[in-house]
Design a protein around this ligand. Structure first.
Ligand SMILES: [Zn+2]
Length: 210
């Protein structure tokens, strides 16, 4: 109840915000209230406002979610799942066990030239540490792969390393929410709350000619 789903003006989900921020936006007439919690009110001296669950921007925001690159963000993009063996280690409380996971450079750092590597599946050169060349790996897979490409190591990737899409950003945001409240569910695209996001892999991700 402390978090509010914010939709764009076209009612596509954008992000999760704190309820205080949602109240500010409602009072500032920046958003409309789409869904409220029944029989709950935000009270002040002068008003009682329905407690927001879902709000929508009045004006369309072209600003799409961006995620700062970090090893944690790479893990979140990959749903805390090893990109090679599919292991998804969990703590006793059901949260991902991040200590068991590492960030792997798909084309290894050892094969970089002046800090750049060539990604054959994108046909481009990128910085060795970037969204497109990093993937979550469990400790065992990272050690086994060592300074080799997936092709050299015969370890095909299950996850497509990518700049997070809007769908990824939303999924990553929702993963941080303790639960998905019932009033949000009609506004979430089908599949976004399914933990494993099986993104179709392009054919050439098997690193032919890498
Ligand atoms: Zn693994």
């Amino acid at each position: 109840m402390h978090q509010v789903l914010q939709l764009n003006a076209d009612y596509q989900p954008l992000k999760v915000i704190r309820w205080q921020r949602a109240v500010e936006l409602v009072l500032g007439e920046r958003v409309v209230l789409v869904a409220a919690w029944p029989n709950r009110f935000v009270r002040s001296a002068s008003l009682a406002l329905p407690w927001p669950a879902v709000v929508a921007l009045r004006r369309y925001s072209a600003l799409r979610g961006r995620v700062r690159f970090s090893s944690r963000s790479v893990q979140a993009r990959d749903n805390f799942t090893c990109g090679y063996c599919g292991l998804r280690p969990l703590l006793a409380n059901g949260m991902p066990d991040r200590q068991q996971l590492t960030m792997d450079h798909v084309i290894p750092r050892a094969q970089a030239r002046e800090g750049k590597v060539h990604l054959p599946w994108l046909r481009t050169w990128v910085n060795v540490t970037c969204w497109e060349n990093t993937v979550t790996a469990c400790r065992a897979c990272n050690a086994r792969k060592a300074d080799r490409t997936p092709l050299q190591a015969r370890m095909p990737l299950r996850i497509f390393p990518r700049v997070p899409t809007q769908h990824d950003v939303l999924r990553m945001t929702l993963a941080r929410a303790a639960e998905i409240p019932e009033p949000w569910q009609p506004w979430l695209p089908a599949g976004v709350v399914i933990p494993h996001d099986a993104t179709a892999l392009p054919d050439d991700l098997s690193f032919r000619g890498a």
